[in-house]
Ligand binder design. Structure first.
Ligand SMILES: Cc1cc2nc3c(=O)[nH]c(=O)nc-3n(C[C@H](O)[C@H](O)[C@H](O)COP(=O)(O)OP(=O)(O)OC[C@H]3O[C@@H](n4cnc5c(N)ncnc54)[C@H](O)[C@@H]3O)c2cc1C
Length: 491
C-alpha cells in the first residue's frame, strides 16, 4: 500500500500552503516524465505518487520485474524530436539522451529547434533512465510498485489526490483506469478514421534486427516507400513491415505482441520478410525476434475532467488523459511519444501556474485542454496520411490495400524487372534530392541501383506502388506545448 502523503503543507513563497497531491497511474515514459517535470517545476509545492505493476520492490529500490515475473520490456527504438526533448529542460535532456545509447539517424525538420537533430533511443533505456532519476527524488516522488486501483478516487474516500494523471498506455480504455472513468471523458469516435463505415487499421510485423546499412541509406530507403520502416540505434532496432489483411490472416493468433517463431510463418510471407532483410542489409542470423500488432486510431472528445467534486468532506480530484491513453497514434511517422511528452509538459505547466492551494477548477485547465486538442489534430492527421492515400478519383485507399494490389499485380502492368527497378529508382532519386541539404552521405544512383537490383520483381513493385512518404502534406507547423503555455525556456 502507498505510504501517507509526503507533506501536507509547504512554505512556498514564504507562506504555508497545502501541497498538491498528484497520483500518476502508469510509470511508462510519459508518467515518469510527468513526475520529474512536476518535481522540477513545482518543487516543494508538490507530492507525487507514481504507480506501475511492472515494477517490484527490491530492498530499498524499485526495479523492473523480470520476464519470468511477467514483464516483457518493450524493445522499439523511438525517435524524439528536439522540440520535445529540449522542452524537458537541460538536466533531463542531458541525463536521458546520452551519446552512449542514442544516435541521430533522422535529419532536422519542422519539429526541430535550434537546428538540433531528432534523437533515437531504445524505449527500455529511456524508461530505465527515467526510473533511476525519479528514484533519486524520494522526498517528492514516491514510486509505488503496484497497479493503480481507480476505486481510490471516489466520493467519501479519505484524502484522495487532487490530480490523477492517467498514463497507462493505449490499453487503459480496455482494462485500466480509463475504462473505469470512461463516462467522464466521453465516447471515442472511430468515424474520422473510417471510410464507408469501415474503421481502417494497420497490422505491422516488428522484426528485431541488426542492420549493416549506413543511416543515410536506411533513412532514404525508409521514406521512399511505405512497406518497410527501419528505426535503429547504430543499426540495432526494429524493421517494421506493413502487412496486408491477407498476410495478417496468415499469422492469426499472434496479434498483440506474442513472439512468432519463424517456423510459424508461411513460406510466401517468409520470403517477403527475407526481402525486407535484404533491403536493409540484415543477415539471417541478425533477425532475433518477430512480433505482430494491430493499430487503429480514434478521436477523443476531451482529455480533462473533474472526477470527484470537492465538498465539505474534502477536496475533489481532476483527472487527465496523457500519452497513449489520450492519443494512441499510428507509429509509422514516429510521433506517439513526442505527443505524449508534450502532454506531460502541458499539464505540468498548467499545475505550476494554477496551483494556489485552493480547489482546482475547470478554467485552470483551459490551455491544457486546448494543447491536447491541438496534439490530437496535428499528430493523428499526420498519422492518418501514413495509413491512407487516395486513388486517381481522390477516394481514400488504405496503403495496405495498395500493397495487396501490387502483390497481385492487379492491373498495374509492371511485369518487367528492369522497368520496375527504374520506376522505383526514380522515386528514390526524387526523395534524395529533397533530403540532400539536410542529410549528408546519401547514396548515389549507381549504389542505389546495385543495392536494389537483387530484390525480386514483386518487392520492387510493392515498394514503388506503396508510394513515398507524403512529406508535402504532412509537413508544416508543429505544436509547441511549452511555448503555448508561455513557459518556453523555464529550465
Ligand atoms: C514499434 C513502435 C515504434 C514507435 N516509435 C516511436 C517513435 O519513433 N517516436 C515516438 O514518439 N513514438 C513512437 N512509438 C510510440 C511510443 O512507444 C508510445 O507513444 C509511448 O510508449 C507511450 O508512452 P506512455 O507512457 O503513454 O504509455 P506506455 O509506454 O504504454 O506505458 C504505460 C505504462 O502504464 C503501466 N500501466 C498500465 N496500466 C496500469 C495500471 N492500472 N496501474 C499502474 N500502471 C499501469 C504499464 O505497465 C506501462 O508501464 C512507437 C511505438 C511502437 C509500438
Amino acid at each position: 500500500m502507498p505510504a501517507a502523503p509526503v507533506a501536507a503543507t509547504c512554505t512556498a513563497r514564504g507562506l504555508a500552503q497545502p501541497v498538491l497531491r498528484v497520483a500518476i497511474a502508469g510509470g511508462g515514459p510519459v508518467g515518469l516524465s510527468l513526475a520529474l517535470l512536476l518535481d522540477r517545476m513545482l518543487g516543494e509545492r508538490v507530492s507525487v505518487q507514481v504507480y506501475d505493476h511492472r515494477w517490484q520492490q527490491r530492498g530499498h529500490t524499485v526495479a523492473w520485474k523480470t520476464e519470468a515475473e511477467g514483464n516483457v520490456r518493450r524493445q522499439q527504438v523511438v525517435t524524439i524530436q528536439s522540440r520535445h526533448y529540449t522542452a524537458l529542460g537541460e538536466e533531463l535532456e542531458r541525463e536521458l539522451f546520452q551519446p552512449a545509447w542514442c544516435s541521430e539517424m533522422w535529419p532536422v525538420g519542422p519539429d526541430s529547434v535550434g537546428g538540433r537533430n531528432p534523437v533515437n533511443i531504445p524505449i527500455a533505456r529511456l524508461e530505465d533512465q527515467l526510473l533511476a532519476l525519479a528514484a533519486r527524488r524520494p522526498s517528492r516522488i514516491q514510486l509505488v510498485p503496484d497497479r493503480f486501483h481507480p476505486s481510490q478516487i471516489a466520493i467519501g474516500q479519505a484524502d484522495p489526490p487532487q490530480v490523477l494523471a492517467i498514463c497507462e498506455g493505449a490499453r487503459s480504455e480496455v482494462s485500466g483506469t480509463l475504462s473505469h472513468f470512461q463516462h467522464k471523458f466521453g465516447t471515442p469516435d472511430k468515424a474520422m478514421y473510417s471510410h464507408r463505415g469501415r474503421h481502417f487499421q494497420d497490422v505491422v510485423l516488428g522484426l528485431r534486427v541488426k542492420s549493416r546499412l549506413d543511416d543515410p541509406s536506411a533513412v532514404l530507403l525508409t521514406v521512399s516507400q511505405n512497406r518497410y520502416l527501419l528505426n535503429a540505434v547504430r543499426g540495432e532496432g526494429f524493421l517494421n513491415m506493413r502487412l496486408t489483411e491477407t498476410e495478417a490472416a496468415m499469422l492469426a493468433g499472434f496479434e498483440g505482441g506474442a513472439h512468432i517463431p519463424p517456423a510459424a510463418v508461411p513460406a510466401p510471407l517468409w520470403h517477403r520478410i527475407q526481402q525486407g532483410l535484404q533491403l536493409f542489409a540484415v543477415r539471417p542470423q541478425d533477425l532475433s525476434a518477430i512480433v505482430m500488432f494491430r493499430i487503429g486510431m480514434v478521436q477523443r472528445p476531451r482529455f480533462s475532467a473533474e472526477l470527484v467534486h470537492h465538498s465539505a468532506a474534502g477536496h475533489g480530484t481532476f483527472g487527465f488523459l496523457l500519452g497513449d491513453t489520450a492519443n494512441a497514434i499510428h507509429f509509422w511517422p514516429g510521433r506517439g511519444l513526442n505527443s505524449g511528452l508534450s502532454s506531460a509538459v502541458s499539464l505540468a505547466c498548467c499545475l505550476k501556474e494554477h496551483w494556489k492551494g485552493r480547489p482546482l477548477r475547470d478554467a485552470d485547465f483551459l490551455r491544457h485542454e486546448a494543447v491536447m486538442s491541438m496534439l490530437q489534430y496535428r499528430h493523428k492527421s499526420r498519422a492518418w496520411r501514413h495509413m491512407v492515400t487516395t486513388d486517381e478519383q481522390g477516394e481514400p485507399v488504405a496503403i495496405c490495400e495498395k500493397i495487396e494490389q501490387a502483390i497481385r499485380a492487379d492491373g498495374l502492368g509492371w511485369h518487367d524487372h528492369a522497368g520496375t527497378l527504374q520506376r522505383l529508382l526514380d522515386q528514390l532519386v526524387r526523395v534524395r534530392e529533397r533530403l540532400r541539404t539536410r542529410l549528408p552521405g546519401l547514396p548515389d544512383d549507381d549504389r542505389l541501383r546495385e543495392h536494389l537490383r537483387g530484390l525480386d520483381l514483386c518487392t520492387l513493385r510493392v515498394m514503388s506502388h506503396s508510394g513515398a512518404w507524403d512529406s508535402a502534406q504532412t509537413g508544416g507547423q508543429e505544436v509547441d506545448a511549452a511555448e503555448l503555455h508561455g513557459q518556453f525556456g523555464w529550465a
